[in-house]
Design a protein around this ligand. Structure first.
Ligand SMILES: [Zn+2]
Length: 164
């Protein structure tokens, strides 16, 4: 099965023309999410805007919204998580050095501009970056077996700390 790449753009041309593309993608088509979702149902809406600013810098602005089913790290049950990811990527012509984002005050992550850039992998990147490190329900309890572990277990003590 061919993986969906979504639309393919010429990065710098898309930015110069102020391009706009939007679509929807099934969560189960984003294979790098397979390890982090508890089930891969659902659809994510995405939008990519191109922009070239007066100073000549080119950007892709990527937005992804939708619901993901993640596994709560406390009770291990499914939790619905509202994804709202927005970020800007600065296109840097290939062959040029990527700017060091630690040294300059740049809010956009630099990426190499290519003649053929598939958008869905960029969308997937944004989703992965936006994911919570340890998703948890606001209120829930540890599964029963974990509560029965004696106090001598370091995990039991850790679990108590996490509940507080
Ligand atoms: Zn939970």
């Amino acid at each position: 099965m061919d993986l969906p790449t979504g639309p393919v753009i010429d990065g710098l041309g898309f930015a110069r023309d102020g391009g706009r593309l939007a679509g929807a993608v099934s969560v189960n088509a984003l294979l790098r999410l397979a390890d982090v979702v508890s089930d891969d149902s659902g659809i994510l809406d995405w939008c990519v805007l191109g922009e070239r600013q007066a100073d000549g810098k080119s950007y892709l602005h990527v937005t992804v919204v939708g619901e993901l089913h993640l596994r709560c790290q406390r009770c291990l049950e499914t939790m619905v998580w509202q994804l709202q990811a927005e970020s800007s990527l600065q296109l840097v012509a290939s062959g040029k050095e990527l700017p060091d984002v630690d040294l300059i005050e740049e809010v956009a992550d630099p990426i190499v501009a290519e003649k053929e850039m598939a958008l869905l992998p960029l969308v997937e990147d944004e989703v992965l970056l936006a994911l919570p490190i340890a998703p948890r329900h606001e209120t829930c309890e540890l599964p029963a077996p974990a509560r029965d572990i004696g106090d001598k277990s370091p995990f039991a003590r850790l679990a108590k700390l996490r509940i507080v």
